[in-house]
Design a protein around this ligand. Structure first.
Ligand SMILES: Nc1ncnc2c1ncn2[C@@H]1O[C@H](COP(=O)(O)OP(=O)(O)O)[C@@H](O)[C@H]1O
Ligand SMILES: [Mg+2]
Length: 317
């Protein structure tokens, strides 16, 4: 089969950490052809979507994890699957790429569905399920955020809606002299909404659980524990991954989300759960599969690529 992976430049790839790299490597081992391109390499000609791609060869070499062949053109209606794995921000180019990919999705499996990618801002999507979430507001108003901090007992987390990897996530303590400037910086002085959420002390004692879901079913989980005085458990800011299981209540969270994820074509997602409360649904480039596979001593990429093999749109081949 021929798979096209739309992602960031190959120079950003981390061999031992990237989920995109691990999925591509698994696809290569299964004998598929993998092409790499950027979201700006898509082009529409007479209503059909094409891309300028380069055939990718993967090797576990931290200096040169992916070798790209010469660029060539491909009609995306003729390939078997397209993986959208560009990291946030969800900027204009990202939006336009999803609109272009809409043109091809009846002929070619697109993972995740471009319509779903537009539906699912990673922070806001969880808010479809307020009963599963910690107490949360989304607003650009400083006074509302200040009131919220008081309402939830004096400690809240403030996060930008477009962030990832813990970037821009602040803890606000009532009475702290940095509360106002942090709110102003995050909301651009009231010109951009942000998410304020009750601070969950469980993050320090039991960490932030990442559960990867494939077609609404749990693939695996890891617990990320923040380093030192940090409250952010993201691996890229020093969080440590440890082995974990899925609790009955987390299974309930997954079963509640699953029908909506399937309806939105969000086939491969990562949910974040702190103290059994859902905080985030990562859909753009969910990660964690490498640490999960290592800790569970299983190749978790295999079921993902097997799922893709089973769901390609045969009529296009
Ligand atoms: N409500 C919360 N209470 C305590 N810690 C939180 C809360 N929300 C987020 N965090 C911490 O901040 C980290 C990043 O937050 P998250 O919402 O997952 O955004 P992202 O990972 O997209 O940057 C989490 O992994 C967690 O350690
Ligand atoms: Mg997160």
């Amino acid at each position: 089969m021929r798979f096209v992976v739309i992602m960031d430049p190959v120079s950003t790839v981390k061999v031992d950490g990237d989920t995109s790299f691990a999925l591509m490597e698994e696809a290569q081992q299964r004998g598929h052809r993998i092409d790499h391109c950027l979201n700006t390499d898509l082009y529409l000609d007479s209503g059909r979507l094409h891309a300028r791609v380069a055939k990718a060869t993967l090797q576990r070499d931290p200096k040169h994890p992916i070798t790209l062949a010469a660029q060539e053109e491909v009609c995306l209606h003729d390939v078997d699957a397209i993986f959208v794995r560009t990291d946030p921000p969800f900027d204009d180019n990202y939006l336009w790429a999803t609109l272009l990919l809409d043109r091809v999705k009846d002929d070619t499996l697109v993972l995740n569905d471009p319509h779903g990618l537009r539906q699912a801002n990673e922070k806001l999507y969880a808010c479809y399920f307020p009963e599963l979430m910690p107490e949360t507001i989304v607003t650009a108003h400083k006074d509302r955020i200040r009131e919220f901090i008081t309402r939830v007992g004096g400690r809240a987390v403030l996060k930008p809606l477009g962030g990832m990897g813990g970037a821009g996530v602040f803890v606000l303590n009532e009475g702290d002299s940095n509360v106002n400037p942090i709110i102003e910086a995050t909301t651009l002085d009231g010109r951009r909404p942000a998410m304020a959420q009750v601070f969950l002390p469980a993050v320090k004692t039991s960490g932030d659980k990442r559960i990867l879901l494939l077609d609404g079913e749990p693939l695996g989980a890891i617990l990320r524990v923040p380093a030192g005085e940090e409250v952010r458990s993201n691996l890229r800011v020093g969080g440590t991954a440890t082995k974990t299981d899925i609790t009955p209540h987390e299974r309930h969270i997954i079963d509640t989300l699953a029908p909506r994820l399937r309806k939105d074509g969000l086939w491969f997602v990562g949910i974040d759960v702190i103290g059994e409360k859902l905080t985030e649904v990562n859909v753009t480039s969910p990660t964690g599969i490498q640490s999960m596979s290592r800790l569970d001593d299983k190749n978790l990429c295999a079921p993902v690529i097997a799922w893709v093999e089973q769901h390609v749109k045969k009529s296009a081949r």
